[in-house]
Design a protein around this ligand. Structure first.
Ligand code: ATP
Length: 236
């Protein structure tokens, strides 16, 4: 085991929207190379946790550290520059640009753009056949792959992925899971996901959030949806 600090560490994070106190002391850590799920029912603060890491909803209390360095209060573009990629909920992308143009637009200024795009297309062979099509014309699953490939092409080593299965048919979810699991071997992943079995399948460890705090955590392969605590916090 190395003594390297965690890739990501949240310590007592409190975040608000105006007066609304949403995160109430979130503590979590993701080691370098680890894949971690953040689960919990609707509205408990999963997306807000990702927004707090990215500086989009800066924490009012507590700290966020990236590879041991305090990034609390740092501008979002600077956090992105340090290798944190975001795959937002709803797969935001340029729907009137082609798949390839979407990927090119996500590369870093100093990158070998053509090489990065080819690498991303290698990771998602299905997209290769559609590289010149408008992203908005693709299926939901393919659009999710474009969204993930955009984070990958930016040469990020920590990916924050928000609800990749949302709104996708079960068969398509399987395709996205396959794509994410091969990707997960090479990057550090923090995955927000409502689909509990999928989240456990893709990750090493999980954190369960309720009302803005972590109420349970553990190994993903040692927990089932029937676990009493999981049921209590996941059922509506
Ligand atoms: N921009 C905003 N302004 C005010 N309140 C917000 C805003 N975004 C989210 N909230 C509220 O903050 C709380 C946490 O939302 P968040 O999106 O983090 O939850 P979540 O666990 O990701 O759930 P979901 O899966 O529904 O997105 C909810 O009560 C939500 O209504």
């Amino acid at each position: 085991m190395s003594d390297a600090p965690p890739a990501l560490e949240l310590d007592g994070v409190h975040s608000y929207y105006g007066e609304s106190h949403v995160l109430r002391g979130v503590d979590l850590a993701v080691e370098q190379g680890e894949n971690v799920a953040l689960v919990g029912r609707n509205g408990v603060g999963k997306t807000t946790t990702l927004r707090s890491i990215l500086g989009l909803t800066p924490p009012r209390e507590g700290s966020v550290r990236l590879h041991g360095e305090d990034i609390t209060g740092t501008e979002t573009h600077e956090i992105a520059r340090r290798g944190v990629g975001w795959v937002p909920e709803g797969r935001r992308m340029f729907s009137h640009l082609s798949v390839e143009e979407n990927l090119r637009a996500a590369t870093r200024p100093d990158a070998d753009v053509a090489a990065r795009v080819e690498e991303a297309l290698d990771a998602f062979p299905e997209l290769r056949d559609h590289r010149t099509r408008d992203a908005g014309d693709l299926s939901g699953g393919q659009q999710q792959m474009v969204a993930i490939a955009r984070a990958l092409v930016g040469d990020n080593d920590l990916l924050l992925v928000d609800e990749p299965s949302e709104g996708l048919a079960p068969l398509i979810v399987e395709e996205v899971v396959d794509a994410l699991s091969s990707l997960a071997e090479d990057v550090t992943l923090l995955l927000v996901e409502q689909n509990f079995p999928m989240a456990m399948d893709l990750t090493d460890r999980f954190y369960l959030l309720d009302h803005g705090t972590v109420v349970e955590s553990g190994d993903s392969d040692a927990v089932s949806q029937d676990d009493e605590t999981i049921r209590r916090y996941l059922s509506a």
